[in-house]
Write a protein that binds this ligand. Structure first.
Ligand code: FES
Length: 113
């Protein structure tokens, strides 16, 4: 069972914003949607853009490089029904944001289904 990894201070990801952090050996995009944290793989599957530095509008995070959009609550691409970023568990405790990574191939498994 993977461990919880501290990645940021809660004050770094305020409601309506997203951040990019490294957890273990993976990039993670953390988004705060009206006070609820969400975390998805942060490497855009298009050309590797940094999703966490994109614009968050509601639950939709837009990649800053070419505009691909993902729902941070599900990891799903906004247009393609078969493309999905892995979703990670995330929580805030005592002012620190922690993530617990899912298996690296969890999103790819769904793409094949
Ligand atoms: S790298 Fe993200 S949309 Fe192109």
């Amino acid at each position: 069972m993977p461990d919880w990894i501290p990645v940021a201070a809660a004050s770094e990801c305020l409601p309506g914003t997203s951040i990019e952090r490294v957890a273990g050996n993976r990039m993670v995009a953390i988004a705060n949607v009206a006070g609820t944290l969400h975390a998805i793989d942060g490497l855009c599957p298009h050309q590797g853009g940094p999703l966490g530095t994109g614009m968050l509008c509601g639950t939709i995070l837009t990649c800053p490089w070419h505009g691909w959009q993902f729902d941070v609550t599900t990891g799903r691409h906004r247009i393609s029904a078969t493309m999905r970023q892995a979703v990670h568990e995330v929580c805030e405790r005592d002012g620190t944001i922690f993530v617990r990574l899912t298996a690296p191939d969890s999103a790819a498994t769904e793409q094949r289904a």
